[in-house]
Write a protein that binds this ligand. Structure first.
Ligand SMILES: [Zn+2]
Length: 107
């Protein structure tokens, strides 16, 4: 079922690519000043969006720090990158629930 819906667009803070919000990955700076990947996209705090392209993620750190107005540590960036990559890859490989079949019962 296609339900064409106008979605708010956001720009990737690293490369500037415009995408519907759902296709971007949100990184949030919490009110406490902790930077982390936001898998739900609703965490409180200041958010910045990344498109998730490899090249883009590699260069994201300074842009992200600028967008969030806070220093982002290398290890935080590495963690964000890992989580975005993992989500991106799982989205490519399978859409659990889309077909209505039980998943995970082996072959
Ligand atoms: Zn990008």
């Amino acid at each position: 079922m296609n339900r064409p819906r106008r979605q708010p667009e956001r720009s990737c803070v690293s490369c500037g690519a415009k995408r519907p919000k759902r296709q971007l990955y949100r990184v949030v700076r919490s009110p406490a000043g902790v930077v982390a990947f936001d898998p739900v996209g609703k965490a409180p705090g200041r958010g910045a969006y990344l498109c998730g392209e490899d090249e883009c993620l590699k260069r994201a750190l300074p842009r992200l720090a600028h967008a969030l107005d806070i220093a982002v540590a290398e290890e935080v960036m590495a963690d964000v990158r890992t989580q975005i990559t993992a989500r991106r890859d799982s989205a490519v490989h399978g859409r659990v629930g889309a077909q209505g079949g039980p998943a995970g019962s082996g072959s």
